[in-house]
Design a binder for this molecule. Structure first.
Ligand SMILES: Nc1nc2c(ncn2[C@@H]2O[C@H](COP(=O)(O)OP(=O)(O)O)[C@@H](O)[C@H]2O)c(=O)[nH]1
Ligand SMILES: [Mg+2]
Length: 330
């Protein structure tokens, strides 16, 4: 039985280039995170990092969705690193900022590892409507299947027929079975049945979709708590991963969603989607600052290949629009 982690893809350099590209590096893309954080550092050159400069930098960080706490944390780190010396070049400024951001992200860069047991390994996907749960399940199904794992999907979003069909399409595309019931069925029952079926069929990983009407509805949280409770009747250690899917384009709202879901059901992983679609990468820094939950994957598009393992150094480099450092330099 393979005990692969989901890390270490051969596609890494290409993915980084696309991440950097889609975060919008370049002088023309004035609205992008990268140009706010990276391209706008010229004014730092040849000056000492004085208070006025640090204030200006803090404003840029806030505009990039980094959030107040993380912006202050970054400024503190820069002050420590660059203290009283002058900044030699844009590259120097970038390096200081990049390293400060990387330090905040690094503790959260813990890849999802599927251990040899238990089986089936149940991954519960949660998050508000439209965040990218079903798409992420599709992408993850393919990734796990390619690692040699036997994967099954459970259509736990039973509110709309379209949600069930969407999951079936991903199942067909990846050649993995999908367990469904009719629209309106109890999600806990769907996932319970799928878990039993997965066990009977020797499935390694069961990916369970859920509905995601607004997170401030206590009803949704109760429904998710019930899914967890019922799954534990079959395996007291389940679910083995509770992964929230967050839409980066929601900015600070994505952070508050994560905090609310975490309080209600306890998250063990995060996937951040839509970093290609107006999502400012800074939101990941805010999240890392405020929530001690690993960031597993990042998504930069709608296709199966548009997702990869979260890497702190790479991500910080992409945010700053700089070249990624060789792995041994990190
Ligand atoms: N641009 C972009 N679109 C995405 C990404 N992930 C998901 N989507 C799209 O976002 C929309 C909602 O995704 P879906 O998986 O249905 O969200 P769900 O309601 O949480 O299941 C769909 O049109 C997806 O194709 C991403 O990383 N980038
Ligand atoms: Mg869905």
């Amino acid at each position: 039985m393979p005990s692969d982690s989901t890390s270490g893809t051969a596609s890494r350099p290409g993915f980084f280039a696309r991440l950097k590209d889609r975060l919008g590096v370049g002088k023309d893309s004035a609205k992008s995170t990268a140009s706010k954080l990276g391209g706008a550092l010229d004014w730092l050159v040849g000056r000492k990092l004085d208070e006025a400069m640090l204030e200006e930098l803090e404003t840029s960080l806030l505009a990039a969705d980094v959030g107040v706490d993380a912006a202050e944390d970054i400024i503190r780190r820069i002050r420590k690193k660059a203290g009283n010396r002058s900044v030699a070049s844009v590259e120097d400024a970038r390096a200081i900022l990049r390293e400060s951001i990387r330090e905040i992200l690094q503790p959260r860069a813990v890849p999802l590892v599927i251990p040899d047991s238990p089986r089936p390994f149940l991954i519960l996907m949660v998050g508000v409507n439209g965040s990218g749960k079903t798409t992420t399940i599709g992408k993850l199904a393919r990734r796990l299947r390619d690692q040699g794992l036997k994967v099954m999907l459970a259509a736990g979003d039973t509110y709309r027929a379209a949600a069930i069909e969407q999951l079936q399409v991903w199942g067909e595309r990846n050649g993995v079975p999908v367990i469904t019931q009719q629209t309106g069925a109890d999600p806990a029952a769907v996932i319970y049945d799928a878990f039993e079926a997965a066990r009977a069929r020797g499935i390694d990983v069961l990916l369970a979709d859920t509905a995601g009407r607004l997170q401030n509805k206590t009803h949704l949280m109760q429904e998710l708590q019930k899914v967890v409770r019922i799954a534990r009747r079959l395996d007291p250690t389940a679910p083995h991963e509770v992964m929230i899917v967050l839409d980066a384009s929601l900015g600070q709202n994505a952070v508050s969603q994560a905090l609310q879901f975490h309080a209600a059901i306890g998250l063990t992983g995060i996937t951040m989607t839509k970093l290609d679609a107006g999502g400012k990468g800074g939101v990941l820094v805010a999240l890392a600052e405020q929530l001690d939950v690993p960031v597993r994957f990042i998504g930069i598009g709608e296709q199966a290949a548009d997702m990869d393992v979260f890497d702190a150094g790479e991500f910080a480099a992409a945010l700053l629009g700089s070249a990624v450092q060789p792995p041994d330099a990190r």
